[in-house]
Design a protein around this ligand. Structure first.
Ligand code: 9YT
Length: 132
């Protein structure tokens, strides 16, 4: 049984800030926990726009707090994000994530992140096997 709180994770290696300071991610479950996915609480700071392309991962995101939108780049569609909204990047969709107010999100990654990943210049995280 694993039990962790965000309070005990803050200030440790499981608290990861974006390379551009657009977000902070509290990584509650990681690859070494052997659950087959990683599980994070992520805060996206108000007024930010983040280009994301998880070409090596599938991600599902559930909004707990805040207002924002996702714009998928291929078709220019915009999806409002508010508390109770879930979106899943089931096609490794390239997108912009915009926070109109501070967003508090719960994120699941498959395969699991190893720990300290931040976005590469193309918006991805490195592949689990080291190939990108
Ligand atoms: C929703 C999203 O992908 N935000 C960027 C941070 C990421 N979720 C993470 O590493 O927690």
């Amino acid at each position: 049984m694993l039990v962790r709180t965000v309070d005990e994770i803050r200030g440790t290696g499981r608290e990861v800030f974006a390379e551009n300071n657009n977000w902070v991610s509290l990584r509650l479950l990681l690859r070494d926990d052997n659950m087959g996915f990683s599980f994070h609480e992520t805060t996206i700071f108000a007024g930010t726009e983040t280009h994301i392309w998880y070409k090596n991962h599938l991600e599902a995101v559930y909004c707990i707090e805040g207002e924002g939108e996702v714009e998928t780049i291929e078709d220019g569609r915009k999806y409002p994000i508010r508390p109770g909204t879930m979106y899943a990047l089931d096609d490794n969709d390239r997108h912009y994530l915009r926070a109109f107010t501070e967003l508090r999100l719960v994120c699941v990654f498959n395969p699991a992140l190893a720990g300290r990943e931040v976005h590469l210049s193309d918006g991805s995280y490195p592949a689990a096997d080291g190939e990108s």
